[in-house]
Design a protein around this ligand. Structure first.
Ligand code: HEM
Length: 331
């Protein structure tokens, strides 16, 4: 009896899980290429997004890093639903890992222009995905198509924000992305976003330079000694005032270019965050790193595919959610 009830409960849980999966698939299945064609009073929505991103990129190249990171922090928390954009106490934006996310103003500028041309039509969540796509192409990555038709969620809670730790092992990183429906290959490709942008010394001072493994004075042996020397003596000296000094995630000359140089650095133990370097420690991901390090064309063509998969995680479509009037407030 007890076991029959147990089986019943198990079957029900499976059905619920299956329907949740179907719903999730249903959302992304309703996305379409060119969803906004003919819906914005003669305006080419994607062209408007592109022109604003292009103008911003011309004055501020790092916008590509801001938007890529924003796409990740957006899509990994309840899906690509605009939840990160909401202002106010206790929203996703206020969660510690999101405090250093930037680029909200470019999303707001695009939204304002599109609202002027066709009010209530283009969602903030689609603007995020289109803008990131355009910035990647401007920074040397491939041009790629994305499907649109996402809707904005009426939920944004800091307590929902569970983002990965920069100290993650490769297995933890792969498991994390697995939870979003992405593969080990996708995980290694997505961390390739660290080919652009920067962090601060505080992210590596204790974990890698001065207190590796919790041992005072210890430096991560997994870091190229010449880079460790450079960081310790130049960029991130062991004084509190260096905490906010900038550390490029890829070599400085390549830090604004979407290319495979990040993987070449991992092969040389020059990954900046522990989670980056760990991709080359673990057999299951190190072969992927080798593959991507040797062929920039391969990285350039596959990186967008992983971004597209990320951009379709748990989207709302159809009559779900809403199309916000402004991106930082629910309607
Ligand atoms: C295990 C997964 C990941 C971890 C632990 C991680 C962690 C971090 C950390 C700690 C920073 C530095 C933030 C700061 O100092 O303000 C950073 C920056 C960045 N991350 Fe990630 N990240 C991960 C995956 C991703 C993914 C999937 C993307 C995009 C597809 C991404 C894009 C970026 C970019 C572009 C920056 C630089 C931002 C800037 O310059 O403002 N990251 N990441």
């Amino acid at each position: 009896m007890a076991s029959a009830a147990g089986n019943g409960a198990g079957a029900a849980a499976l059905m619920v899980a299956a329907s949740i999966l179907a719903l999730a698939a249903g959302g992304s299945a309703q996305l379409q290429y060119g969803f906004y064609r003919g819906k914005c009073n003669g305006t080419d929505v994607e062209a408007v997004v592109q022109s604003i991103v292009r103008a911003r990129f011309a004055r501020e190249n790092p916008i590509v890093a801001y938007l890529l990171r924003m796409q990740f922090h957006e899509c990994a928390v309840n899906g690509c639903d605009g939840g990160l954009l909401i202002d106010g106490p206790g929203t996703e934006k206020t969660a510690p890992p999101n405090l250093s996310v930037k680029g909200y103003d470019v999303i707001a500028a695009i939204k304002a222009e599109l609202e002027r041309r066709c009010p209530g039509v283009v969602s903030c969540s689609d603007i995020q995905i289109l803008a990131t796509r355009d910035a990647v192409a401007l920074a040397g990555g491939a041009s790629y198509s994305v499907r649109t038709g996402r809707r904005d969620r009426r939920r944004s809670l800091a307590s929902d924000v569970k983002l990965p730790s920069p100290e993650f092992t490769a297995a933890q990183t792969v498991a994390y992305f697995g939870g979003l429906g992405l593969s080990a290959f996708d995980s290694a490709l997505l961390l390739g976003a660290h080919t652009v942008g920067a962090t601060r010394c505080s992210a590596i001072k204790s974990s890698r330079l001065y207190k590796y493994g919790g041992r005072p004075g210890a430096t991560d042996p997994g870091m190229d000694p010449s880079y460790a020397f450079l960081y310790k003596n130049n960029v991130c000296p062991n004084v509190p005032s260096s905490d906010n000094n900038v550390v490029f995630l890829d070599d400085q000359w390549s830090a604004l270019k979407v290319d495979n140089h990040y993987y070449k650095n991992l092969q040389k133990k020059r990954g900046v965050l522990a989670c980056d370097q760990n991709l080359y420690k673990d057999g299951s991901t190190s072969s992927i790193v080798d593959l991507l390090a040797k062929d920039n064309g391969l990285f350039t063509s596959l990186f967008p595919k992983a971004l597209v998969k990320l951009s379709e995680v748990k989207v709302l479509t159809g009559t779900q959610g809403e199309v916000r009037k402004v991106c930082n407030r629910f309607n």
